[in-house]
Design a binder for this molecule. Structure first.
Ligand code: NAI
Length: 345
């Protein structure tokens, strides 16, 4: 089988540690990849004055797929987020973040199996901030019918493809009547379109504040959550907390022509370089990439390999999960677990 070209973006902070772990696990699952390494993030900005160099964008456009580590974005000033630019420049309009209880790591919140579908290109991330008078700043929230319809239809298509039963649109249309009202209207129309096509995915909606309360009290009532960009960002971290932390939650960014797979966590500067970052979220993101590349066998094999480790001795896990392991030793255990799984047809 010929190797698939995939762009490898190590990113900043713990990025190089967790992406390297994911790369090794993919190799153990017999996924033949020709990795094309490119710069991105704070390191790229410091090296060449651009957090998202043109060569990186060009390589992803050429390959169509990238595995990405987190990138650091300065707070309150400095360069524009490489993530936001990447998602906008490649029109990666859908951010899919499955939030599922990891076997052996059940929490007091019960069995969780949610999928967050987040609009990825607009909202308050449009970068339209202006100081209109000294001490007065406006930050413009952009919601368009085109993007809202696209992400809503994506959510229903995704739910149908993956055998999910319900989509819940999350909004604040009682306050942002026009912006969130438009988003909700597009979600309703996508639901009607799905039903008219014979689909069986049900639809409802919830205010974002009520959602947060309901997620921590009874997450089992939700299936696929459809959110605008900012709500999706915040609710993703909340949901990751429900299953045991940011080190466990993977993700993928999908556009019409490209897809970029990355964990939902950031560059974790507080633990960078210590060798203790949890690589599981990045490894599961790599599994999602395998599925996208037409290797559902590798997707399943990697997930089973991870589960074989998380079900076992907790000491091998990283400190965020109460273990004594390192990024590398946990990745080694997962590689062994993956190799022990029978290769699937
Ligand atoms: P963060 O996700 O990097 O860290 C939050 C907390 O979770 C920290 O205590 C960290 O140690 C812990 N954590 C995160 N991932 C972990 C892992 N794999 N294993 C163990 N512990 C883990 O969020 P924070 O601190 O708000 O952001 C740090 C930087 O990351 C910022 O510059 C931010 O802009 C950037 N960021 C980048 C993202 C991306 O590239 N997709 C996403 C989110 C933040």
């Amino acid at each position: 089988m010929s190797a698939t070209q995939v762009v490898f973006l190590a990113g900043d902070g713990i990025g190089p540690e967790v992406t390297e772990a994911a790369r090794r696990v993919l190799e153990a699952a017999d996924v033949a990849i020709d990795w094309i390494e490119k710069p991105l993030g704070l390191g790229a900005f410091e090296a060449c004055g651009n957090a998202l160099p043109e060569e990186t964008v060009a390589a992803i456009k050429a390959c169509g797929v990238a595995l990405k580590g987190p990138s650091t974005t300065p707070i309150g000033g400095g360069h524009v987020s490489a993530n936001v630019r990447l998602r906008q420049e490649l029109s990666l309009f859908a951010n899919v973040r499955p939030v599922k209880t990891v076997p052996g790591l059940e929490t007091s919140h019960g069995a969780i199996d949610l999928v967050i579908v987040r609009e990825n290109t607009e909202d308050l991330y449009a970068g339209l901030e202006h100081e209109i008078a000294p001490g007065v700043v406006t930050s413009i929230k952009v919601i368009t019918e085109v993007a809202s319809r696209k992400i809503s239809e994506f959510a229903f298509d995704y739910a149908t493809r993956w055998g999910r039963s319900a989509v819940t649109a999350v909004h604040k249309a009682n306050i942002m009547k026009k912006a969130d009202g438009l988003f909700l209207d597009c979600a309703q129309r996508a639901a009607d379109r799905s039903t008219a096509a014979g689909g069986s995915v049900s639809f409802n909606d919830v205010l974002v504040d009520a959602l947060c309360m309901q997620l921590v009290t009874d997450p089992s009532r939700f299936d696929v959550l459809l959110l605008e960009n900012l709500y999706g960002d915040i609710v993703s971290d909340l949901a990751a907390g429900l299953i045991g932390g940011l080190g466990l939650a993977p993700g993928g960014n999908y556009g019409d022509d490209c897809a970029v797979f990355e964990a939902i966590h950031g560059s974790a500067p507080d633990i960078a370089g210590q060798g203790i970052a949890n690589p599981i979220a990045m490894i599961l993101s790599g599994a999602m990439m395998c599925h996208h590349l037409g290797r559902p066998d590798a997707y399943t094999r990697i997930r089973r390999g991870v589960a074989s480790v998380t079900r076992g001795d907790r000491a091998v896990l990283t400190p965020d999960l109460g273990g004594k392991g390192s990024t590398t030793s946990l990745a080694d255990a997962i590689i062994e677990g993956v190799r022990a799984q029978p290769a699937l047809a």
